[in-house]
Design a protein around this ligand. Structure first.
Ligand code: G1P
Ligand code: ZN
Length: 544
């Protein structure tokens, strides 16, 4: 195994976003592009000699090629062991678990999450640290800085590794271990939930279910756990084969993209429970017969019912939500008298709180929920949590949700996304909103009086780090909010996200359509930011 040092020059766009570096595959295929970024990561990690690195991805186009490149670079840079999912596959939560379980130094996860895959679509890479969670901004800033000054990368001359055969081999100074990507994760799930109860509820047909893996990574996980272990019928998991292009679809679990599931769940033939996950398995969409559960409500409901789940039976130390997530979980925390933290968008901000034991559950409005069992959000975990809840409470999804609203009130919520907006227009929208902030407090719009208008800035209570410019918030006296922010995960132009919520305590008004119930605030958001006017669009690209 001969180490080679290859001269290279920097690419100026290797600044990681909300969740690692995401670009078009064609960008990653430029000579030295992936290599530069991987070397920049390795150079920023301190002493990596003889350390263990976990490696895997969601199976999208370029996954195998990238894994072979990284294996050679890891060997050249002195890592002692690589743990790789068979076929180069690892869901994001499973990778997080493996880093923790085998006490690895860190891991590289290859994914662009819910973005489409294929030669003309997206690829991504992110580094997770030894707690299993995404690297903090201190790291990602260091990676970027290094990428701007890089002059060479290291690799070895080595034949491609067989990624499909489980087992270990020693090659020169590095041990390469290919593992079953599912078994450790399945074991972890069995340690959290009541699998016996779930088996009974499924075999007696009390629970019928449909899980849409969206031709992405959760197919093998769902088949093993839901079908092989819990005994659901094999038709319960659809689109179960991970495909490099996700069958040409967006592997994004929402009503628009998981339409096969959505149609069934709102039909006469709907099973008790329906769910979907995304490209890399960290997101979840929860539905029941004739109901879609918003992720913000789902987080609140999981928090309110956590004591019914074996792993959380002693209660929660606290909860956290990202800033644009609705305040539904805050009400649960207040009632249970536990702390509730508000963090910026992105899972990396939950890591310190989880490590310090300050929170047990956390989530984001973007279909992400999770707990202290790993340091990523976890799609199948949320699915199993809901199934366990249905089994214990012996209630339908609709009844569980309506009960929750009765008890806590409903935070009516929606998000409007304007995708691929020309970057200068998006920036001027944000600039102009920023300029309006000092003038807004006290202004009255219909029955809404602005209480505060600011730009969210987060100070991490554990390490004192400060993250500025995390979204523009306009809060009203009655608790309603409008939030504006630009996406940090897109790869074309800019995506403007507008998050809108209003609290409805009156149970008689709970069964309203969110778009209608929020119509006034939706119009007000347009009045404030003029996205339609400035882009000539008539409606958002995606409403969730
Ligand atoms: C989006 C979501 C965010 C999530 C991230 C990664 O980021 O909004 O909650 O953590 O994807 O899945 P954004 O594109 O908004 O920066
Ligand atoms: Zn994802």
């Amino acid at each position: 195994m001969q180490i080679e040092t290859i001269p290279t020059t920097p690419y100026n766009d290797q600044n990681p976003g909300t969740s690692g570096l995401r670009k078009k595959v064609k960008v990653f295929q430029q000579p030295g592009y992936l290599e530069n970024f991987v070397q920049s990561i390795f150079d920023s990690l301190g002493d990596i000699s003889n350390k263990t690195l976990v490696l895997g991805g969601d199976g999208r186009y370029f996954n195998r090629v990238a894994i072979q490149i990284i294996i050679k670079m890891a060997a050249a840079n002195g890592f002692g062991e690589l743990i790789i999912g068979q076929g180069g596959l690892l869901s994001t939560p499973a990778a997080s678990n493996i880093i923790r379980k085998y006490q690895a130094f860190g891991g590289l996860i290859l994914s662009a999450s819910h973005n489409p895959g294929g030669p003309d679509e997206d690829f991504g890479i992110k580094y997770n640290v030894s707690n299993g969670g995404p690297a903090s901004e201190t790291y990602t800033e260091a990676f970027y800085k290094r990428s701007q000054a890089i002059t060479e990368y290291k690799t070895v001359t080595l034949q491609d590794i067989d990624l499909d055969s489980i087992g270990s081999q020693q090659i020169g100074t590095i041990k390469i271990t290919i593992i079953d990507p599912v078994s450790d994760y399945a074991e972890l799930m069995q340690s959290i939930f009541d699998f016996n109860l779930l088996k009974q509820s499924i075999s007696s047909n009390y629970i019928t279910l449909l899980f849409d893996a969206m031709s992405a990574i959760t197919g093998p996980y769902a088949k093993r756990i839901l079908v092989d272990i819990l005994g659901a019928s094999s038709e319960s998991v659809i689109n179960a084969e991970p495909l490099e292009d996700f069958g040409g679809h967006h592997p994004d679990p929402n009503l628009a993209h998981a339409h096969e599931l959505a149609e069934l769940m709102f039909s006469e033939k709907a099973p008790t429970f329906g769910a979907a996950s995304d490209g890399d398995g960290d997101r979840n969409m929860i539905t029941g017969s004739n109901i879609f559960v918003t992720p913000s409500d789902s987080l609140a409901i999981l928090a309110a019912n956590a004591h019914l789940i074996p792993a959380y039976s002693k209660g929660l130390s606290g909860v956290a939500r990202s800033m644009p997530t609705s305040q539904a979980v805050d009400r649960v925390a207040a009632k249970y008298n536990i702390p509730c933290y508000e963090t910026p968008t992105g899972w990396k901000f939950f890591g310190n709180l989880l490590d310090a034991g300050k929170i047990t559950l956390c989530g984001e409005e973007s279909f992400g929920t999770g707990s202290n069992h790993v340091r990523e959000k976890d799609g199948l975990w949320a699915v199993l949590f809901w199934l366990n809840l249905i089994a214990v409470r012996r209630q339908s999804v609709v009844d569980i949700v309506h009960d929750h609203w009765q008890k806590f009130g409903r935070d009516i919520y929606c998000r409007h996304d304007y995708e691929a907006v020309e970057t200068p227009i998006a920036n001027s929208i944000v600039e102009d909103l920023r300029k309006q902030l000092p003038t807004l407090p006290g202004q009255i719009f219909g029955e809404y009086t602005v209480k505060y208008a600011d730009e969210f800035c987060y100070e991490d209570s554990i390490d004192g780090s400060i993250s500025k410019n995390q979204g523009i918030r306009i809060g009203f006296e009655n608790g309603s909010r409008i939030v504006f922010r630009l996406s940090g995960t897109g790869t074309v132009g800019a995506t403007l996200r507008i998050y809108i919520e209003r609290f409805e305590p009156n149970a008689e008004k709970h069964n309203q359509d969110a778009q209608l119930a929020l119509a006034f605030l939706i119009d007000l958001a347009e009045q404030l930011c003029e996205v339609k006017k400035r882009t000539g669009r008539t409606e958002p690209d995606v409403i969730t």
